[in-house]
Ligand binder design. Structure first.
Ligand SMILES: NC(=O)C1=CN([C@@H]2O[C@H](COP(=O)(O)OP(=O)(O)OC[C@H]3O[C@@H](n4cnc5c(N)ncnc54)[C@H](O)[C@@H]3O)[C@@H](O)[C@H]2O)C=CC1
Ligand SMILES: O=C(O)[C@@H]1CCC=N1
Length: 280
C-alpha cells in the first residue's frame, strides 16, 4: 500500500517536477507525503510546494528516518556526491529509485551500503500528465514487494515496463529522450506550415491533432504501423510523394540515428562515471 508511504525527491528539476505532478494527480500518495529537496534553491522548492501541495524541505533538514522511497533526480554528474551524502543515513529497508540516465544499478549499489535496495527507472517528461512510457530495472537486492511498490507508484505517471538493464540505453534513446524528437517534429511542421501561409496557432493545432490521432490509431486499433501507413498512401498520390521525399532526405535513417545517438550517450555517461574510484 502506498497510501502511508513517504517519497522524497533528491533533486527538484524538470524531471522531478514532471513526476511530482503525475504522482500528485494520481493521488495514491497524499501530496504532503511527497517531499522535494534540491541542492540550493529554496525558491524552487517553495514554487513546487505551492503548485502541487507537496512538502518542501531544505537538504540539511531532511528527516531521512521517515522516508520510505528516495528518488534520485539530480544530474548524473552529481550522483557520486549525492550517494556519498546519503549512504550512511539510509536503512536497508529504504528503497532507492534512480531516474539518472546512464547510471547503472551496480554503480549506485557499489556506492551505498551492502544490500541497499535500488531500482533504476527511466521515465519521460510526459509524467507531468500521467502519460510517461517508463521502464524499470530492479537492482540485485530489490525485494519483490519493493518492485511492486515502485511499479504502483510509477503507474501513476504512465505505463511501466520491467526490462533487463542492458536494454536501458536503447529505452532511454526511444522513450526517455523521445518526447524531444516529437517536439522537434512539431517545430518543423509548424515552421513549414507558416512558410506556406498558415497561421502559427493553426499550424500547431493541426500538427498536434495529427500526431495525437495517429497515436490513438496505433493504440486503439490492432493494425500495424506499416498497414496504417499504407492505408494513407494512395498510388501516385500526395502521401507517396511525401514519403518519397522523407526517404530521399534520410527520414528513416535520421530517426534511427537519433535513437542510437541518445543510447550511445547513455552508455558514455556510464563509462565516464565508472572511471571514478569508489569512495571508501
Ligand atoms: N529531463 C528529462 O526529460 C529526463 C531526465 N532524466 C534524468 O533526470 C535527472 C534530472 O534531470 P533534470 O530534472 O532534467 O535536471 P535539472 O538540472 O533540471 O535538475 C537537477 C536537480 O538536482 C538537484 N541536485 C543536484 N545535486 C543534488 C544533491 N546532491 N541532492 C539533492 N538535489 C541535488 C539540483 O539542485 C536540481 O534541482 C537526470 O539525471 C536525467 O538523466 C531521466 C529521464 C528524462
Ligand atoms: O537528456 C537527458 O540526458 C535526459 C535523459 C533522458 C531525457 N533527458
Amino acid at each position: 500500500m502506498l497510501q502511508n508511504k513517504t517519497v522524497a525527491f533528491l533533486g527538484a528539476g524538470s524531471m522531478a517536477e514532471a513526476m511530482i505532478s503525475g504522482i500528485v494527480h494520481d493521488g495514491k500518495i497524499p501530496a504532503k507525503q511527497v517531499i522535494a529537496t534540491n541542492k540550493s534553491s529554496h525558491d524552487r522548492l517553495q514554487e513546487l510546494s505551492a503548485t502541487y501541495g507537496i512538502t518542501a524541505v531544505k537538504r540539511d533538514a531532511l528527516d531521512y528516518g521517515n522516508i520510505d522511497i528516495f528518488i534520485l533526480a539530480m544530474k548524473p554528474k552529481h550522483a557520486e556526491d549525492a550517494l556519498s551524502e546519503i549512504k550512511d543515513r539510509l536503512r536497508p529497508d529504504q528503497l532507492i529509485l534512480s531516474v539518472l540516465a546512464g547510471i547503472s544499478t551496480s554503480f549506485i549499489e557499489e556506492r551505498l551500503n551492502a544490500g541497499q535496495q535500488v531500482i533504476r527507472v527511466m521515465p519521460n517528461t510526459s509524467s507531468m500528465i500521467g502519460e510517461s512510457a517508463t521502464a524499470i530495472t530492479p537492482g540485485k537486492h530489490a525485494a519483490m514487494d519493493k518492485v511492486q511498490d515502485a511499479k504502483m507508484l510509477l503507474q501513476g505517471i504512465g505505463g511501466v515496463s520491467i526490462i533487463d538493464e542492458d536494454k536501458m540505453d536503447v529505452f532511454t534513446g526511444i522513450a526517455g529522450s523521445g518526447p524531444a524528437y516529437i517536439y522537434y517534429l512539431v517545430e518543423h511542421i509548424e515552421k513549414t506550415g507558416m512558410a506556406a501561409g498558415l497561421d502559427k496557432a493553426l499550424a500547431r493545432e493541426i500538427a498536434v491533432q495529427t500526431i495525437f490521432g495517429a497515436s490513438k490509431m496505433l493504440m486503439e486499433t490492432d493494425t500495424s504501423p506499416t498497414d496504417l501507413r499504407e492505408n494513407v498512401t494512395s498510388p501516385n498520390g500526395t502521401t507517396a510523394a511525401g514519403l518519397e521525399a522523407l526517404e530521399k532526405n534520410g527520414g528513416g535513417v535520421a530517426i534511427a540515428e537519433a535513437i542510437k545517438g541518445a543510447a550511445e550517450r547513455s552508455k558514455e555517461i556510464s563509462a565516464e562515471l565508472q572511471k571514478t574510484p569508489i569512495p571508501n
